[in-house]
Design a protein around this ligand. Structure first.
Ligand code: NDP
Length: 247
């Protein structure tokens, strides 16, 4: 299997896109550390599903917005598995509101999780990857970070920030063969998009040349490609998995 012997950490692996990524990485042979914040039952379900399919997985609870907790998580992963080959920064939240109504708390919470969370994990993972002189980081951005989206000034800013961070870190780590790329999904069927009102779902589909939302597996396939040696000459890239929405 292409990822046999590799250790992967997926943040927000308890549900949605993160669960699909964790399951696909494990199916390709990696040991997957599933990070989650609040959804312990869902995280356990992801681990059980991976193990039932013959894969290997463990759990680590911590908020990616907590710098000390993230440092401890990466230290423990490195101590236990002796390496960290793949980091997928998938954890993310929304607190949508029009800017006139948006509170500072709503803005900060989204930035703290979606952007600073990526900073924390990358900082500590990079230390381990530099020691190994190898590694692949895949950051989950969003089409909102590229095109913008009314009601999502906080979210779009965080996801555009993830793209800037990805490209800058790719330049910092390239000399050690550590790759850093991003995936920018469009509308994907998850709990995040289930919260959207029907009118927003219809308006969303009308903007997508494929006229449908993507599946979590369609995003996971792109992440697994970037994480694997098949993408050995790719760094600093942003792949839009969006049914053509942002072309
Ligand atoms: P979900 O809301 O279904 O899942 C979010 C995941 O993030 C959960 O596993 C959650 O864990 C985790 N999470 C949230 N906050 C934290 C935190 N502070 N620390 C650790 N984990 C956390 O989201 P999706 O699966 O839809 O989205 C996954 C990623 O894809 C996000 O980054 C999102 O922005 C991005 N994306 C999604 C799109 C979509 O259409 N769904 C489109 C474009 C991008 P827990 O439940 O344990 O708290």
């Amino acid at each position: 299997m292409e990822l046999a012997g590799k250790t992967a950490l997926v943040t927000g692996g308890s549900r949605g896109i993160g669960r699909a990524i964790a399951k696909m990485l494990a199916a390709r042979g990696a040991h997957v550390v599933i990070n989650y914040n609040g959804s312990q039952e869902q995280a356990e379900r992801t681990r059980t599903e991976i193990q039932a399919a013959g894969g290997s997985a463990s759990l680590f609870q911590c908020s990616v917005a907590d710098p000390e907790a993230v440092e401890e998580m990466i230290k423990q992963v490195a101590a236990e598995y002796k390496r960290l080959d793949i980091l997928v920064n998938n954890a993310g939240i929304t607190r949508d509101n029009l800017i006139l109504k948006m509170t500072e708390k709503e803005f900060d919470e989204v930035l703290d999780t979606n952007l600073k969370g990526v900073f924390h994990t990358c900082k500590h993972a990079a230390k381990q990857m530099l020691r190994q002189k190898s590694g692949s980081i895949v950051n989950i951005s969003s089409i909102s970070g590229i095109m913008g989206n009314a009601g999502q000034t906080n979210y779009a800013a965080s996801k555009a920030g993830v793209i800037g961070l990805t490209k800058s870190l790719a330049r910092e780590l390239a000399s050690r063969e550590i790759r850093v790329n991003a995936v920018a999904p469009g509308f994907i069927e998850t709990e995040m998009t289930e919260k959207l009102p029907e009118s927003a779902v219809e308006a969303g589909k009308a903007q997508i040349p494929f006229r449908r939302f993507g599946t979590v597996e369609e995003v996971a396939k792109v992440v697994c490609f970037l994480a694997s040696e098949d993408a050995s000459y790719l760094t600093g890239q942003v792949i839009q998995a969006d049914g053509g929405m942002g072309m």
